[in-house]
Design a protein. Structure first.
Length: 86
């Protein structure tokens, strides 16, 4: 098995273990970490499942990261004039 394939399998296994751990925390009523708490709040606010709330949160974080990368690239190659339309 190639090195990259073993990494992909490892990520898949670890993500599933994290999902099981979060589900156990939620079912036991012990609480969860800060991100889990945020997703739980999203779940209660929008009346969706915890998985969908987590998906929404993750997509939002990815979108923010992509926007930040794009803005940094544009800012480094653009002058203040082009950036603020003077």
């Amino acid at each position: 098995m190639s090195k990259i394939m073993s990494k992909i399998v490892m990520v898949f296994v670890v993500m599933n273990l994290i999902g099981i751990a979060v589900a156990l925390f939620l079912e036991s009523g012990l609480g969860s970490d800060s991100v889990g708490l945020l997703c739980d709040g999203i779940r209660h606010t929008f009346l969706i499942s915890f998985g969908n709330a987590s998906l929404f949160y993750n997509l939002l974080i990815i979108l923010i990261a992509c926007l930040q990368i794009t803005l940094k690239r544009n800012a480094s190659s653009a002058t203040a004039e082009r950036l603020f339309h003077f």
